[in-house]
Design a protein around this ligand. Structure first.
Ligand SMILES: [Zn+2]
Length: 169
């Protein structure tokens, strides 16, 4: 059996809740399926897990089946599914014979400081994808405050996945 490796990318961003007092239930910040205690939440219909959304988009970038947007909105608004892991699992269900072998994330934000949470987030993503933690890379930067993300208005994530699939000979 011969294999080929395909690379696909996904991106997502969300804005922080500007005035938590103005919102009845501002929620929590969840990144990569991990609750970040004490951090400001992001505005979203779902749990706003910007890392899993970028990953879900990267999977869609490979499968061609878009989940975030109308499909996830229907799950969220009609069925009350706000757990972004569910959106990811739906995207993964279209992989067929292909297997994700590596994922790499680039996160741009001013806060929270991700260094305290990176290992936990890596492990969470590794578990969700059934790959070793060593196959998950996450870097974070504030980009010297040149963008809205670096100035603390939200979080932006780019995700690249490497996917191995059998080649029909
Ligand atoms: Zn999102």
């Amino acid at each position: 059996m011969q294999y080929e490796t395909i690379v696909a990318i996904g991106q997502d961003s969300h804005r922080f809740v500007a005035d938590k007092g103005a919102i009845e239930n501002p929620g929590n910040l969840i990144l990569g399926g991990v609750l970040i205690p004490g951090a400001d939440p992001l505005i979203a219909n779902s749990d706003g897990d910007v890392i899993l959304h970028a990953l879900t988009n990267a999977v869609s970038g490979f499968t061609g089946v878009n989940i975030l947007g109308s499909v996830a909105d229907r799950l969220c608004l009609n069925q009350g599914v706000t757990d972004s892991r569910e959106y990811l699992m739906l995207a993964l269900s279209y992989l067929g014979d292909a297997r994700i072998v590596h994922v790499s994330f680039s996160v741009e934000c001013k806060s929270p400081r991700l260094s305290d949470h990176i290992d936990e987030i890596k492990q969470s993503i590794a578990n969700l994808l059934s790959i070793p933690m060593s196959s998950v890379g996450i870097t974070a930067t504030s980009g010297e405050g040149l963008s809205a993300f670096g100035r603390g208005e939200g979080i932006m994530v780019i995700c690249a996945i490497s996917v191995r699939r059998p080649v029909d000979c």
